[in-house]
Design a protein around this ligand. Sequence first.
Ligand code: PEP
Length: 247
Amino acid sequence: MTTRLVIANWKMNGDLALIDAMAQAYPQSSKVDVVVVPPSLYVAALLAAAKNRFQVGLQDIGQHQGGAHTGELAATMAAELGVAAVIVGHSERRSDNAEDDAVVAVKAHRALEAGLMPVICVGESIEERQAGQAEARVRAQVEAQAENLVGGRAVAIAYEPIWAIGTGASASAEEAVAMHRAIRHALEQIAPDHADGIRILYGGSVNAENAAGLFAHVEIEGVLVGGASLDTDQFAAIIRAAEAAQG
Ligand code: PEP
């Protein structure tokens, strides 16, 4: 069975006190993979606190390999520090920073060439879902990443319906499973030799109450957790739910 992947996305939240609290609270997990993604400024402190009990990621990465790009971070720098993964194409970056699929593909490529796992976010708006275009939209977003999917390196796809992010209105397990199957089908067509190794995560108002119901489905190979990951008890409970589903 695929090892489930549980990712905490702190977004622009957290401080040194939260790092201490979280480092104490996270259970050591040998059954599932856990990646905690703080604001970039806190990566070094979180790496020190993690003591290899969980991995640390970035919320974004620069498009360039280095040079005169004030304020940007290179994937190679993150790799040098011990960062394991990078979230790319989160809907908040797509909307706040006008990042399109081409930009997301470049960022995923930079992550891969530095040896980091890109966690590529895809997802439809409420308007697209209501218009019956959700699968087509998500499929197009996945296809735009084709070059990053065919190499056989560690990649994850996070299905995050925009209407479920930060709203408290999670997709139902059935809605998530249906989209995960559509994404799996797309991956099998795009990268037939490597699709099996690409984990598909769900994100959107995952919490301690709904995690077990999501993990009950084999199609949900992990979760990307925003708000609930800031609560030590909730995030530990989500990890335990993933472990229980792992068997
Ligand atoms: C996210 O940050 O990607 C996310 C899914 O947030 P939340 O869990 O708060 O909906």
